[in-house]
Design a protein around this ligand. Sequence first.
Ligand code: F6P
Length: 552
Amino acid sequence: MTSLTRLPEWQTFVQRAHEAAEINLREAFNQDAGRSERYSLESSGLFLDYSRHLINDSVLSALFSLARACNLEDLRDAMFGGEAINMTEGRAVLHTALRAPREASITVNGENVVPQVHAVLDRMYAFSEHVRNGNWKGYTGKSITDIVNIGIGGSDLGPFMATEALKDAGGRFKLHFVSTVDGWQINHILAQLDPETTLFIVASKTFTTQETLTNARAARAWLVQQADEAAVAKHFVAVSTNATAVGAFGIDTNNMFGFWDWVGGRYSMWSAIGLPILLAIGTDHFKSLLAGAHAMDTHFRTAPLEQNMPVILALLGVLYVNGMGSQSHLISPYNQPLHRLPAYLQQLDMESNGKRIRLDGEAVDYDTGPVIWGEPGINAQHAYYQLVHQGTRLIPADFIAALDNPGSSEHHHTILLANFLAQTEALMKGKTAEEARSELKAQGLADDAIERLLPHKIFPGNRPTSTILLKKVDPFHLGSLIALYEHKVFVQGSIWGVNSYDQWGVELGKQLAKTIENELTSGNDAVQHDSSTTQLIMRARAALQDRKVDRS
Ligand code: F6P
C-alpha cells in the first residue's frame, strides 16, 4: 500500500490546498454570480450547498484525483459487494444490505443475505404491530404503555436519536433509554414505570457489554420481584447477534431479533437494533426510513464522484484536516427533533475514523478523523458560536435544517430559519473594519471610542460551512441524512487508508475496569498501579466501604 503522502496526487492536493486557504469567500461570491449554483447538489431528498467552502475548481479537482488515486470507487464497490473490508475482524460491512429492497441480491461467503434481512424485518413488523395494537399483553393481561431500551453505544445512540427525531411520527408509547451503568439512571426510570405495562428491549450486538447486562439484570430483578419468573417472557425481548448469550441470560430466543456480524454497532439502527424506532413509528414509517437510506446508497454507489454528496462532504473534510490543519468539525442541526444527531455522529465518525494505523499496519504520517462536536444550532449561537466567529481556530461546520417543521408555529419556524440562514452568511462574510466603523458611527460614538472598540467588532469571516436542507424531519429524509454521513465516513476512511469498521481502541479501558472493579471490592489488598491510579483507587475503595457502613 503506497503511503498516502507519497502519492503525486497528494502533493498536488497539498499545494492546491495552500492556495485555497488564501481564498476570500466574500470576494469569490462577488466575482462569480454562479458560485452557489455550481457548488450545490440535490439528491435523495437532501439539498447541499457547499459554496461557502474554501474551494475553487482547482482544489476540487485535486481532491477528486486524490480520491481516485486511493481507489475509492473500487473500495466502494467492494463494500457494497460484501467483501470482507473490515480486515482486522475478517468481516463484510453491509449495513447497506439492511435497507436493500426484497428483490436485491447481496452475497456474503456465497450466500444471498437479503432474504435473511427481510425475514427478520418481517418478524419485527409482526411483533411491532402486535405490541402497537395492544394485543401483546403483560403478565396481568394489560397492554404495553412503556418501552425501555437497554443498550449503549450503537445499541442506544441510533434508536435514541431517531425516536427523538421522529417523535411526530410516533407517540404511541412512552420511550425510555437506559445506557449508563450509573444506576441513578435506571433507578429513576424504573421508579416511573408500572411492571404490568412495561416492555424491556435488551439491545446488545455482542450481549457481553457490562453496562447493558448490569442494567438488564437490574430490570429483570425489578420485574421478578413484583411479578414472577414467568413474567420475563412477556416483558423482555432481546436484540443481538449472540443467541447463546441471550438464552444464557434467561431471555427466550423466540423473543430475540437477530442480526449479523457484518453489521457494525454504530451502523446498526437499520437492523433489529432499530426495534424501538419501529415500535415508536410503525411499519410504514420504518419502511420509509429504510427507503431514505437506500436512496442515498443508490446515489453514493452510482453518481460520479464530482456529483456525489457523501464524496463531496468527505473530501471537504479531508481538505480541512489534511490541507489546512483543522482539528474539529462542528455539527449544527437547527431543528430540535435532531438534538441527538451530534452525539450520534460522534460515535459514527470518531469510533470509525479515530485511527492511527493504516490497513497495512503502518502508522499514518498525516491526521485522520477530526473531533466531531455540536448541539442544536440555535442554542449553540448563545453558547459557543463566539469562538467559531471570532476565535483563532478553523472549524468547518455542517448547518442542517428542515424547511418544513409541522410541530412548530409558523412564527417560531420563521425565526429559526432566519437565524439558521443568518449564521452561515455571517460566518462566510464576516464584518470588515469599514463596516464596523460605520455602524459605530451611526450609533453616535465618539471617534476615540470607536477606535478602541473597533478591533473587537471586526469579524474575519471566511469560516467554512456546508448547508444541508431537508424537506422535513420525517423518516425518509432522516434515513437519507444518516446514510449520507455513513458514506462520508467510509470515503474519508478510504482516503486515510484506515479500517473504519473496527474499534480496538475501546478495549483497553474495559480490561482495566475489570481489574479495578475487583480491586475496589477486595478489602484491603494491595493494588499495583502507577501512583496516581493507586491513590485514586484507595479513595474510591474507602468511599465504597463508608457507603456500605452507612447503609448497613
Ligand atoms: O465499546 C464500544 C462498543 O463496542 C461499540 O462499538 C458498540 O456500539 C457498543 O460498545 C455496544 O456494544 P454492544 O451492542 O455489543 O453491547
